[in-house]
Design a protein around this ligand. Structure first.
Ligand code: GLU
Length: 543
């Protein structure tokens, strides 16, 4: 075979022995998982990549293993500048820290690299060369017209499509013919010579789906394309072997390729990793579930969550919720523990695709923000605003201490604090009534004749140095003077005697001061607003 392999691979390639020595087996503790997330750089960060990344990261880091980011760019037609940085920096900014692979600054770290497939060309070629030498692979000169003709013939005769069995024309070329064609400059690919029999079945265990049987693979798939780069099938086999991956987690579109992948590992004489296939995240579209689509659904891209202003931590926790539904209970019992303390388990993963549920995401997000300190809310919101809302960023920067005081209202990071903020974008509105030039005034529904006496009487007794109890006593006094019940009990006993309950009087005061009927604690708001602003607001209705 050497005349043929020399022609197929004229450039010097490393020997297989050199490669095995360059990438020695890892020595890791018992049970440590080596995982990788292996996206193609298409210029888009799909939520599914983040989800797979999270599962891989948890499996690796929970077991003392290794988490790798590998860039699968063998489809050069689909290359987009900046796409790899986007993936690396997204994972990093969401806190999924890799041990090996491509970093956000495009440097690569780890001893098993390069981690960008197009930079591993000669590694793949070295192994394909070996397969050709062993008679397990061969050059195929079929053109796209030949392949079209093959498809038509198969259709006409009702045969199963693909390059298999009697249809593998180039498998039967003599070495002399192959050499002649190469010398004539006819382009070729290199195909795998499958020994599989479609009528035999093999049983394969998926770590998420359990055991399943499949027909053996009998397709002579392409290993190396005419540009000298490998196909996904072959590249991932070589990489996962050399990088020591022992647990592959990937999308379920690859399930049907499992027999081929197991067969390729066997042909190479290597132990296959364990495989687990994740169902994609779905959405309801006119009552039917479907996969999130990059084209149709903005929420399929991670940039959507950034723009909306979801804290990264919240999105990640939501994804963990999808991955392990018992995370929710755990979170309830451990409201402030770091998410990574949760014992993630493959066994708890469902196999049908979870629905993207914004009600749930919003609630996770409100919880996440409620457990942040005012400083954390400030820093995160400001970082968001600097990217997406300059005006809000300016307001926050020019009034740092005041904004921190506002954010501190009813804040209790270690317990049950205010839960009204779910995205950073909301902050502009939440801050608005604390600034005179942004305060929108009271709504038309507030009757000035009802409101004015409350404002007038409250102003008479208002003392900004009052504590909450004293403040409340004064509110009660003002309420009863104006014909409201001083307590709910009183009101319930004889509602006809009153204009309303104490809470109705409080709502009037709240409306006068904030312009809204719902707000965080009014006493705390008034403290933060301070005497001048409070007085000015109450005087508005009197003038
Ligand atoms: N590049 C493949 C994809 O994006 C990766 C599959 C895998 O993780 O092996 O689907």
């Amino acid at each position: 075979m050497s005349a043929l392999t020399d022609l197929l691979f004229p450039n010097p390639l490393p020997s297989v022995e050199e490669l095995e020595a360059r990438y020695p087996a890892r020595s890791l503790p018992q049970g440590a998982k080596v995982t990788r997330v292996a996206p193609s750089p298409t210029g888009y960060m799909h939520i599914g990549t983040m989800y797979t990344g999270l599962v891989c990261e948890r499996l690796a880091h929970q077991s003392g293993g290794v988490f790798i980011l590998r860039i699968e760019d063998t489809d050069q037609k689909r290359q987009i500048p900046g796409a790899t940085e986007l993936i690396a920096s997204s994972l990093d900014s969401y806190g999924l820290k890799i041990d090996e692979g491509v970093c956000p600054d495009m440097r690569q770290k780890g001893a098993y690299g390069p981690y960008i497939q197009s930079q591993r060309k000669e590694i793949y070629q070295a192994y394909v060369k070996k397969l050709v030498e062993e008679g397990k692979a061969y050059p195929c000169f079929c053109t796209s017209e030949d392949m079209d003709a093959l498809r038509k013939q198969q259709e006409a005769s009702g045969a199963r499509p693909g390059y298999h069995g009697q249809w593998t024309k180039c498998r039967y070329l003599s070495e002399e013919d192959a050499i002649r064609k190469i010398k004539e400059g006819i382009p070729y690919v290199i195909r795998f010579k499958s020994e599989g029999d479609y009528n035999r079945r093999i049983v394969i265990e998926d770590v998420l789906r359990g055991k399943r049987d499949f027909p053996e693979n009998d397709l002579d798939i392409v290993l190396l394309k005419s540009d000298g780069l490998p196909t996904y099938h072959f590249a991932h086999v070589v990489d996962d072997h050399l990088m020591g991956t022992n647990q592959v987690i990937r999308g379920d579109e690859w399930v049907s390729s499992l027999p081929l992948h197991i067969q390729l590992f066997a042909a190479m004489g290597w132990k296959a990793p364990k495989y687990g296939h994740l169902a994609p995240i779905q959405k309801l579209d006119e009552g039917a579930k479907r996969k999130l689509s990059k084209r149709k659904d903005p929420e399929a891209g991670m940039s959507f969550y950034d723009e909306q202003g979801y804290p990264k931590q919240a999105v990640l926790e939501y994804l963990l919720n999808i991955a392990n539904s018992n995370f929710e209970d755990w979170r309830r019992q451990n409201p402030v523990k770091p998410m990574n303390d949760f014992p993630f388990s493959l066994k708890k993963m469902g196999i049908s695709g979870a629905l993207m549920d914004f009600v749930k995401l919003n609630s996770v997000s409100r919880d996440t923000i409620s457990h942040m300190t005012a400083e954390e809310v400030y820093e995160n919101a400001l970082a968001w605003a600097e990217k997406y809302d300059e005006e809000l960023a300016g307001l926050m920067k020019n009034n740092r201490d005041y904004v921190l005081a506002i954010l501190n209202i009813e804040r209790n990071p270690s317990g049950k604090g205010r839960k009204d903020i779910q995205v950073w974008a909301q902050l502009k509105d939440e801050l608005s009534y604390f600034f005179e030039d942004r305060f929108q005034g009271v709504p038309d529904t507030l009757n000035p004749e009802e409101a004015a006496p409350i404002a007038r009487d409250f102003l008479k007794v208002y003392d900004p140095s009052d504590d909450k109890d004293a403040w409340f006593e004064k509110l009660k006094e003002v309420a009863t003077q104006n014909g409201y019940a001083g307590s709910t009990k009183e009101y319930k006993e004889a509602p006809e005697k009153f204009k309303g309950n104490i809470s109705d009087a409080a709502t009037i005061l709240r409306l006068l001061i904030t312009g809204r009927s719902q707000s965080p604690d009014l006493f705390a708001i008034m403290q933060v607003l301070g005497k001048d602003r409070v007085t000015a607001r109450l005087n508005r209705v009197l003038s």
